[in-house]
Design a protein around this ligand. Structure first.
Ligand code: G3H
Length: 254
């Protein structure tokens, strides 16, 4: 946690979820209406096919709906792509850019990710910019260098704490059940904070830095309690309301 920063627990459904899954979303919304929003803000990023229905369901709750990716352009001949403006039109307030699955599956580089973050702002969305090292980079002792390079390349120079959130996701921890130690998370997040301040100035002191990678109710207190961890980006555990709410409940113990 960082003094003065309100945490955010964000879900990322990835390529999961059909109409029936929206029952879980309703339960997430209900859970936050029962008072969880006193401790933390909440967001669930869903597949584009569900976005307008998700936004409608969540509109009566403190939980926001977000997109999982956007094209850098506003419109045009880009079959199968979705612009930030379209996400906004469907009810999104945030969009994830640069998730490692996009970087790997679609060959997205830092310049592409940066352009997508700027597209998000153009549409009035908050960009959640993902960074993180692979296992090979970690084993080679390159974690902090990789994070520096990704911040330099993926985060636009005019990013502010109002329009941008950083998500640190060690690639090897995503969907594996493995997590870094609390000390390793502290070291990565402190490094990210320092690099953001160097690049963006003092305003970066208030920028949220989320941790993502196998967060679940049983490890949430330990991970979310680390210095400079201002919330979580949750994949698998965001598909079940009980698990997502269990993670948010960690803040009742911090
Ligand atoms: O965006 C979310 C992350 O990739 C984490 O996924 P996970 O919680 O299933 O490990």
């Amino acid at each position: 946690m960082t003094p003065g920063i309100r945490p955010l627990v964000a879900g990322n459904w990835k390529m999961n979820g059909i109409g029936a899954s929206l029952d879980e979303l309703r339960m997430i919304g209900d859970g936050f209406m029962r008072g969880l929003d006193a401790q933390t803000e909440a967001l669930v990023c869903v597949p584009a096919t569900l976005l307008s229905r998700a936004a409608e369901i969540l509109s009566r709750t403190p939980v926001r709906a977000g997109g999982e990716d956007c094209h850098a352009k506003e419109s045009g001949a880009h079959t199968g792509d979705i612009s930030a403006e379209m996400l906004r039109d469907a009810g999104a307030t945030h969009v994830i850019v640069g998730h490692s699955e996009r970087r790997t599956d679609h060959g997205e580089d830092d310049a592409t990710v940066r352009a997508k973050a700027e597209a998000a702002w153009r549409a009035g969305l908050v960009a959640i910019v993902c960074i993180g090292e692979t296992n090979e980079q970690r084993q080679a002792g390159q974690t902090l260098d990789v994070l520096s390079r990704q911040i330099e390349g993926s985060v636009p120079a005019s990013a502010t704490s109002a329009n941008t959130i950083i998500a640190y996701e060690p690639v090897w921890a995503i969907g594996t059940g493995l997590t870094p130690t609390a000390d390793d998370v502290a070291s990565a997040h402190a490094h990210i904070r320092t690099r953001l301040e160097t690049k963006l100035g003092a305003g970066a002191r208030n920028m949220r830095i989320l941790y993502g990678g196998s967060v679940k109710p049983s490890n949430a207190v330990e991970l979310l309690g680390v210095d400079n961890v201002d919330g979580a980006l949750v994949g698998g555990a965001s598909l079940k309301a009980a698990d997502f709410l269990g993670i948010a409940e960690a803040y009742e113990h911090l």
